[in-house]
Write a protein that binds this ligand. Structure first.
Ligand code: FAD
Length: 328
């Protein structure tokens, strides 16, 4: 049996390893010209890590990821709503990892190259169409200029081509595109002082605006981590059309996250100190801009420092002020 996998993201690459482990031949086709380390933080929960552990990748992931050990939910004032252990501490047999999405993809990509050979991965091949007959599937691939570059024949075709899947659209042409829930997300990663256990994850805010912060790798110093931040703001009605198609690599604008709750910590930090830009660029620009004045204040709040003005006003424990009202 031979499988054609369309898409070289985390799903497609992992599928290739899984098929290989079961003795099924496969070839993978990716539209991008190279498989690059794109993206920022991604949280891989224990059910995903168990699968990757089964593929023998635990040690490699452990070397580049952070074992997330606790999750704090805070309201928009930074008061704790809920706290729970994660991963091994919660009783699972494998850890939960917070990891850079590109590095995770690289680990899996390298394993595919080692186990299947580089010839099994075809980049610069965008699926244009496919047909089925009694004997199998024929798929037609094109380059970025829409020139036909390859025809593949297999027993089955697996669509791992992301949220705007061509495979899905071909099979279910009347289904329409994904339904937007009205939330817009901005995210980035930067070197940032460790907070709480050093492996903690924070979700602060409510249904209309929230910030998610968690470390994804060792930092530039022993007391810092490469830290992922994501800001979500409800900018539209669920089911309405999004203002534009989402893009994991588009540089954001500081004035974009406007909402009455936009004073929450992350957005305030973005607005006042560092540009809401993405990926490597964000880290480099942000570093040049100096994080120390922001992080000093942020640290005090994570530590529940009495100098934090909110600590005096909060009814509950002030673990992290999620408000930028005092000029963060
Ligand atoms: C560039 C990028 C950056 C991301 N960054 C983050 C992040 O920072 N944090 C986070 O939580 N999630 C991120 N994601 C999403 C996350 O990786 C996925 O939601 C999740 O891993 C599921 O993976 P997937 O393999 O199903 O889809 P994806 O990761 O979206 O991969 C789909 C792959 O299929 C390819 N493809 C699409 N159409 C075709 C076609 N017609 N022919 C051939 N190939 C095709 C795409 O180029 C892509 O490589 C990112 C996704 C991408 C593509």
């Amino acid at each position: 049996m031979k499988a054609i996998i369309v898409g070289g993201g985390i799903g497609g690459l992992t599928t290739a390893l899984m098929l290989r482990a079961r003795g099924i031949d496969c070839e993978l086709y990716e539209q991008a010209d190279t498989i690059r380390e794109l993206g920022v933080g991604i949280n891989t929960l224990t059910h995903a890590i168990r699968e990757l552990t089964g593929l023998g990748l635990l040690d490699k992931l452990d070397a580049i990821a952070i074992r997330t050990d606790e999750l704090h939910y805070l309201n928009r004032h930074g008061q704790e709503v809920w706290r729970e252990k994660r991963g091994l501490g919660a009783g699972f047999d494998v850890p939960q990892f917070s990891i850079h999405r590109g590095r995770l993809q690289s680990v899996i990509h390298r394993a595919v190259e080692e186990r299947l050979g580089t010839q099994a991965i075809h980049t610069g091949c965008k699926l244009g169409s496919f047909t089925q007959d009694e004997g199998g599937v024929t798929a037609y691939f094109f380059d970025r200029n829409n020139n036909h570059v390859r025809t593949a024949r297999g027993d089955i075709l697996i669509g791992a081509d992301g949220i705007h899947s061509k495979v899905r659209h071909t099979l279910f042409p009347n289904e329409g595109g994904p339904i937007w829930n009205g939330l817009m997300l901005w995210r980035g990663a930067r070197d940032w002082p460790t907070f709480l256990t050093g492996n903690s994850m924070i979700v602060a805010g409510g249904l209309h605006a929230k910030v998610v912060i968690y470390p994804i790798a060792e930092g530039e110093s022993a007391s810092s981590r490469l830290t992922n931040w994501a800001v979500l703001v409800k900018t539209g009605e669920g089911g309405s059309l999004p203002p534009r198609r989402e893009d994991w690599s588009r540089v954001g604008k500081r004035e974009e996250p406007h909402h009455r709750d936009a004073g929450i910590l992350g957005i305030s930090v973005l607005r006042s100190r560092s540009p809401a830009v993405l990926d490597q660029r964000s880290r480099h620009v942000a570093r040049r801009r100096r994080a120390s004045d922001v992080s000093g204040r942020l640290q005090r709040r994570f530590a529940g420092d009495p100098r934090c003005p909110r600590a005096r006003r909060c009814a509950g424990p002030c673990r992290a002020s999620a408000s930028g009202a005092d000029g963060l």
